[in-house]
Write a new protein. Structure first.
Ligand code: ADP
Ligand code: MG
Length: 475
């Protein structure tokens, strides 16, 4: 065994380990965490792994320790332990083209700058499609894999793959992007198709216009001749009886003719309130796919993808700071990236990690101007059906205590309030109670996916409220 270690070079051992890992994880994960690592030492049964920065060292230790350990153990044919060391010189300057993550390396089919097909662009406009939303620039990860695969299948085989395809998920997670990408791709493959993208609120306006101007016949014809009907944000149909009636009839006509419908919503069909049962069952009658929050790796991959089209490159550590600061909304992630790029472009200086963090924190302070601790208590209280008085009160029944702990956690996460301040908001005696509550929820969030999605939903409610105040939310 000893003979084995001596004769095998560290580099060649590491190459074999990386080859093993490469087939076990996604290309994105590999590129983000493993590509720039090195086996520095192999002494007394401990493999010392060099990483280009502390984020990577930390992530490898937290998340990939067992994987690395078992792969290295397999190659060495014995048990090993691992340690991690930061070695900045391991960073290789990548060319932008190397950053293409996942399966998105299909060449652009849509005529783009330099090769503008005027008729085609016109056609896209008439279909209300925006060429900037394509499958090629959509990053795929565990949070959207099913929705992406289904959307791609539908664009290649409209009416035959899944019908309807219903995609739901929180604000800024890529629903509109996918819906538009379906239209763009389907039209590229077959420019004869009748495709239409419309938001449900716009559809409602058209319907009211149709009723007012007595042009309902045209309204109906317009929708019933479509091959692909892309309806965004269908949750706005809630309580709109006339629209539900029209939708139901249009749906049946299109469905019976084998035409494709793709519908998005911020919640699953079962949770849209004031919806006729027959409409609900139509919405849920095909494939229902959700999009959830992107994980850290995917956020990094999205930032790298966006940077491919930029003239400015950012250091890897800054990209990681952005991905760390903005967790729940890809639109906000783009906003944070733009904040940093703007700084680099206007100052002509490269941004440091500390500056990036400061710039992004400033945006978080802006949030406090539109969302008050009271707003957060109201949202949490409404969500759990527990009164604000009870959250601030002394009762300790399980549901009240839980809502109170979640409120403290969100006050910290969202507004980054000091513990003392949180204690005074929820009328607790001292900040250790607050700290205890926050820790407890943090731990549960890691283990319990139901709690995670509840917190995601509360975040979405807060985001919706903050959007009314027109502020960016990085947190
Ligand atoms: P939603 O409709 O779910 O609120 P959008 O589709 O408008 O969200 O997405 C918000 C922004 O984030 C858009 O600019 C979109 O291009 C971008 N985006 C969302 N998901 C992805 C992804 N997986 N890869 C790249 N960009 C994405
Ligand atoms: Mg949208």
């Amino acid at each position: 065994m000893c003979y084995f270690i001596i004769t095998m070079e560290k580099d060649s051992i590491w190459k074999q380990v990386l080859d093993k890992i490469r087939i076990k994880v996604s290309p994105q994960t590999y590129e983000t965490w493993f590509a720039e690592t090195k086996l520095l030492n192999l002494d007394k049964g401990v493999g010392e792994i060099g990483c280009k920065n502390r984020y990577i060292a930390h992530a490898l230790e937290e998340r990939y320790y067992n994987l690395l350990r078992s792969c290295l153990g397999d190659i060495l044919k014995r048990e090993v332990d691992l340690s991690f060391k930061v070695k900045p010189e391991l960073a290789v300057q990548k060319k932008p083209s190397e950053f293409k993550g996942g399966k998105n390396e299909v060449p652009m089919l849509i005529p783009s700058a330099g090769f503008v097909d005027v008729d085609f662009s016109d056609k896209l406009k008439r279909c209300c499609l925006n060429q900037k939303y394509t499958f090629e620039n959509f990053v795929v990860g565990s949070s959207n894999r099913l929705a992406h695969a289904a959307a791609l299948a539908v664009s290649e085989n409209p009416g035959r793959a899944y019908n309807p395809l219903f995609i739901y998920g929180g604000v800024g997670l890529g629903k509109t992007h996918l819906l538009q990408a379906i239209g763009n791709k389907a039209l590229t493959l077959n420019p004869q198709l009748h495709v239409l993208y419309i938001n449900t609120e716009q559809l409602l306006n058209e319907l009211y216009e149709g009723i007012r101007k007595q042009t309902m016949k045209e309204f109906r014809e317009k929708y019933r001749k479509l091959d692909i009907f892309l309806l965004d944000d269908v949750q706005f149909i809630s309580g709109k009886e006339a629209l539900q009636e029209e939708f139901f009839n249009t749906f049946n006509t299109l469905y019976n003719a084998g035409k494709q419908m793709v519908i998005t919503s911020d919640r699953p069909p079962g949770e849209i309130s004031r919806l006729e049962e027959r409409v609900r069952s139509r919405l849920a009658g095909g494939l229902v796919a959700d999009i959830t929050m992107p994980d850290f790796e995917m956020r990094v991959a999205i930032l790298q993808k966006k940077l491919e089209n930029e003239t400015v490159a950012l250091p890897e550590a800054v990209i990681m700071v952005i991905a760390e600061c903005v967790k729940y909304n890809i639109r906000e992630l783009e906003g944070a990236l733009n904040t940093i790029l703007m700084y680099v472009k206007t100052t002509g200086k490269m941004v440091t990690v500390e500056e990036a963090r400061r710039l992004l924190q400033r945006s978080r302070r802006d949030l406090r101007k539109v969302i008050s601790p009271g707003d957060i208590l109201n949202i949490v209280s409404e969500y759990f059906g527990v009164s604000v008085e009870d959250i601030k009160g002394k009762k300790r029944t399980a549901d009240i205590a839980f809502a109170r702990q979640v409120a403290m956690y969100i006050l910290r996460e969202f507004l980054n309030l000091p513990l003392i301040k949180i204690a005074s908001v929820v009328r607790r005696q001292d900040h250790t109670t607050v700290l205890h509550a926050i820790r407890k929820i943090e731990n549960s969030v890691r283990r319990d996916s139901t709690l995670r999605s509840k917190i995601d939903e509360i975040r979405t409610l807060i985001l919706q409220k903050s959007e009314k105040g027109n502020v960016s939310v990085f947190y």
